[in-house]
Ligand binder design. Structure first.
Ligand code: ZN
Length: 205
C-alpha cells in the first residue's frame, strides 16, 4: 500500500491548488532532509510557476506542506534570478511600501498590500548551502508573499478592510465552487485533505 501510494504521488502531475483549499492555511513544517524526489518536486514547481506566468510558488500551493518556495522575479525561465529557498527565515524588516499583488492560488484577484521594503533572508538551497542576503524592492515583496504562504497566510489577509471588501464577492464565489466540488466528491473533505499531508511529514520532517 505504501509503495503504491509513493508511486502514485511521484507520477501524478503536480497542480496548483486554489483558495479555499485547506493546505493553503497550513503552517508548513521544516525540511530535515533533501532527496531526489524533493529535487524533482522543485523542478516541477519551477516549471508550473513559469507556465502559470507567476514569479513565485510555495510548496503548499502544490499541496506539499513543507517550508520551501521557488521564485524568479523576471517570471521567465531564461532570465532573472531563479531562487529555491528551503526553511527560509525573514528578519530585520525595514521601511514600508504598498503595491499590487496577485496569487496563483487566487487567479484574477489583485489587491494593494503594504509590506516592509527590505528584509534579511536566511535559508538553505537544495544542496544544503546557506543563503544569507538582504533583499529589497520587488524581490523582497515576492519573498515575503511566498514566505507568508508557508505560514498559511494569504495576501488578502494583509489588506486593509476597505480594499479587502472589493475582493469579498470573488472570494465567496471561489468558496462556493470549491465546496460544491467537495459535495460532488471531486475533491476530498477538508479533514481528509489535511490527513493526506502526513505522508510528507513522515518523509521529510
Ligand atoms: Zn501567492
Amino acid at each position: 500500500l505504501e509503495k503504491a501510494h509513493v508511486q502514485f504521488r511521484s507520477t501524478m502531475p503536480l497542480s496548483i491548488i486554489q483558495y479555499p483549499h485547506p493546505t493553503l492555511r497550513v503552517r508548513s513544517k521544516p525540511i530535515r532532509r533533501v532527496d531526489q524526489e524533493l529535487r524533482d518536486l522543485v523542478a516541477q514547481m519551477l516549471e508550473l510557476m513559469y507556465q502559470a506566468e507567476g514569479v513565485g510558488l510555495a510548496a503548499n500551493q502544490v499541496n506539499v506542506p513543507l517550508r520551501l518556495f521557488v521564485a524568479n522575479p523576471s517570471g521567465q525561465p531564461d532570465e532573472g534570478e531563479e531562487l529555491v529557498l528551503i526553511n527560509p527565515e525573514l528578519e530585520r524588516p525595514k521601511g514600508n511600501e504598498t503595491s499590487q499583488e496577485g496569487c496563483l492560488s487566487l487567479p484574477g484577484l489583485y489587491g494593494q498590500v503594504k509590506r516592509p521594503k527590505s528584509v534579511r533572508v536566511s535559508a538553505y538551497d537544495l544542496s544544503g548551502n546557506p543563503i544569507e542576503r538582504v533583499v529589497d524592492g520587488f524581490l523582497a515583496r515576492v519573498i515575503q508573499h511566498e514566505n507568508d504562504h508557508i505560514n498559511g497566510v494569504l495576501f488578502f489577509d494583509r489588506m486593509s478592510n476597505e480594499s479587502r471588501r472589493d475582493l469579498d464577492e470573488r472570494l465567496a464565489e471561489m468558496e462556493t465552487v470549491f465546496r460544491s466540488k467537495q459535495n460532488a466528491g471531486g475533491i476530498s473533505e477538508d479533514a481528509q485533505l489535511i490527513a493526506d499531508l502526513d505522508s510528507w511529514y513522515d518523509k521529510y520532517c
